[in-house]
Design a protein. Structure first.
Length: 166
């Protein structure tokens, strides 16, 4: 339940920031946010990162929906356990849903964060959720996911097994 509440808060934050950018900044306009680090720049991105697949929004809708459903199914089946696994899954799903809402309702994703210290794609909060979630997911799978080969069944001392001499 806690992860659902956090996901809803993050999703609302993503959608509110996108709405404020769409209504408060002209398309293409940049406003300094953190000097020499980050500007708010209103961009309508019909593609994925760096505008890849810009003319194929329907493919991105399909991919996003599949990823969200698959991650949700893995959560339901208990694949993600503990705070790290559940946080990673929640962030990936939350970011996916945030951008999926934009693609379905608007036909593009509202991006607004533009780094000024380096040339990088303009991104949004949902992109941040996905990025952090994927990094946490890799850490979880590589270092914390239970290895079924290491689970050893210890024989019980009080069991009468054939051939054990009792």
């Amino acid at each position: 339940m806690l992860y659902t509440i956090i996901a809803l808060v993050l999703l609302v934050a993503d959608q509110v920031v996108k709405y404020l950018v769409r209504t408060g900044i002209d398309l293409g306009q940049s406003i300094p946010f953190i000097p020499h680090v980050l500007d708010l720049t209103y961009v309508q991105n019909t593609g994925a990162a760096f505008s890849m697949l810009a003319q194929h929004t329907w493919i991105l809708i399909l991919i996003s929906a599949i990823i969200v459903v698959v991650v949700a199914a893995f959560v339901r089946r208990g694949f993600f356990q503990g705070w790290l696994g559940l946080t990673a899954a929640m962030l990936v799903m939350c970011g996916g849903v945030g951008n999926l809402i934009d693609r379905v309702l608007l036909g593009y994703v509202t991006d607004m964060f533009q780094t000024t210290f380096m040339n990088f794609a303009v991104f949004n909060l949902a992109d941040c959720y996905i990025t952090v979630g994927v990094v946490l997911l890799f850490i979880y799978v590589l270092f914390f996911y239970p290895d079924p080969k290491k689970e050893e069944v210890e024989p019980h001392a009080d069991c009468d097994l054939p051939g054990d001499g009792t």
